[in-house]
Every structure is written in C-alpha cells, then in structure tokens.
Design a protein around this ligand. Structure first.
Ligand code: DGL
Length: 268
C-alpha cells in the first residue's frame, strides 16, 4: 500500500494522465519522470525508446520505491510494454488499452480515428489493440509529427498549430470518423485546435481518465490502493532543464507541479 505510483513520458505529455490520476486518487503519492532531455520519442527508433522506457521504469522502482508503474506514453507502450513488464516486479498500466476501450465505447457509426506519433502509428499497436476488443470498427490512423514539438515549446494554440492540424487531420475528416482517439498523451493539450479542425460531430477521446480508472482497478486488485483520507505527495523529475520543466509543467498541469528535481537523481 505504501510507495508512490511511478509514471513517465518523454516530456510533458504524461501530465495529462497525471492530472486525471491526482484527481481520481488524491491520497496516492506520485513520482513523475519527464524524459525531456531525450524527447521526442515518436521519431526515434522503437529499440531506443524501449531502452529508455525500461531504464526509467527500473529507476522508478529501485530509486523511488514505486509500487506500480504507469507508462504515460503511447510510443513507449507501443515500443516496449512487454519489456517494461518483464523488467520489474510491480503492476504496470499502459495508456493504449484504456484509450481503445474508451474509443470503441464512444463511436456510434463505427468509423473511428487514432492519431499518434510516427513510432506509435508505424508500430501497429492500435489496430492490434482494437482487434483485441472484438468490436467491429473501421479505423483510420494518422501520424502527427510536429504536434509534440508544439506542446514541448508551450505553444498549444495559434495559426501555426491550426495550419499543421488541418493538413495532418485531413484523412480523418475525409474518413468521416465520429470518434477520434488522441493516441499520444501530449495531444490533449492541443484539443481545442484538434476539435475545431475535426468539427462538432466528432468526439475527441483522451486516454487519461480511462487510464486513471484502470490504475485504480489494478491497484485495488493487487491490494495496493490507498483509501485513507490523506493528501498524496507529488514529485516531478526531468532529464532536461528542470527550471523549464517546472515553469511550463506547472502551467500545463496546475499548482501541484511547483518543484522539479533532476533525473537521474544527483544524490542517488
Ligand atoms: N507523449 C508521447 C506519446 O504518448 C510521445 C511524445 C514524443 O514523441 O516524445 O506517444
């Protein structure tokens, strides 16, 4: 029961999942590592991303005593969920399975879309996860290179974002999807623009809330859920510039992110 929930992403994207987890599980302690020193993951070979993911996961367990891991990154999930699970001995929750569950529950026409990084889309992880649900839907996927970079620069709206979104989302608009899964944890920060480009009839689905519910369920099953009335502690670490992470991360997540420590930790 004691020990924080460890989570990570290439940068700020996993904060969308952290927000949902803090809100749903306020008494849990949380440690978040943003690998901003090595971001973006989406354009890197999946082998490299798999190495980063297992390294960070081990650190969350060994250095921070994490009782469970949330892979708050679709690209890392697509690249190496099995390896992450094999590397440690605590429950691991990913973002792809919960996101897909929410997507197939949302569509009424059966025409669904998924957008993600080049790495995620090329891995085939989403068609695979959708097939596993057994729900017959027609899937249109598109990679959205450039979206993550906008978020990491703190640019979430404006003409440049809209122009890129119009170009990248055109195949989804043409496919007339009625539900679009934001298959990268950075993308909910661009939801306003993505929603405007897709139009009113399209429901945007984020994996964040569904993942938080999956975490609660999994911790409950494992007897690891905190149910007392305490206020959890939240730690944030970054492999990049910790001042930038604190400043921009605080803007994106909210007041809980008021301090950032370096990762790997200098004190061990
Ligand atoms: N947020 C990550 C994801 O969900 C990827 C970001 C990146 O390309 O670094 O896929």
């Amino acid at each position: 029961m004691s020990g924080p929930i460890g989570m990570f992403d290439s940068g700020f994207g996993g904060l969308t999942v952290a927000r949902a987890m803090i809100d749903l599980l306020p008494s849990e302690d949380l440690v978040y590592i943003g690998d901003t020193g090595r971001y973006p993951y989406g354009s890197k070979p999946l082998d490299d991303v798999r190495g980063f993911a297992t390294e960070i996961t081990r650190s969350l367990v060994d250095d921070y005593g994490a009782k469970a891991i949330v892979v708050a990154c679709n690209t890392a999930t697509a690249a190496g969920l099995d390896e992450v699970r094999a590397a440690i001995d605590v429950p691991v929750i990913d973002v792809i399975t919960p996101g897909v569950k929410a997507l197939v529950a949302t569509t009424t026409t059966g025409r669904v879309g998924v957008i993600g990084t080049v790495g995620t889309v090329s891995s085939g992880a989403y068609p695979h996860a959708i097939a596993e649900t057994g729900v017959p839907v027609s899937l249109t996927s598109a990679a959205c290179p450039g979206f993550v970079e906008f978020v990491e620069r703190g640019k979430t709206t404006g003409d440049e974002v809209t122009v890129l979104a119009e170009r990248l989302l055109a195949p989804l608009v043409a496919a007339d999807v009625d539900a679009l899964l934001l298959g990268c944890t950075h993308y909910p920060f661009l939801a306003r623009t993505i929603g405007e480009v897709m139009g009113h009839g399209v429901t945007l689905v984020s994996s964040a809330d569904e993942t938080a519910f999956a975490v609660r369920r999994r911790l409950g099953e494992a007897g690891l859920l905190r149910e007392d009335d305490r206020q959890g502690a939240h730690r944030f670490a970054s492999s990049g510039d910790i001042d930038v992470f604190r400043e921009l991360g605080g803007r994106l997540l909210g007041p809980e992110l008021d301090h950032t420590e370096p990762w790997p930790s200098t004190s061990g």
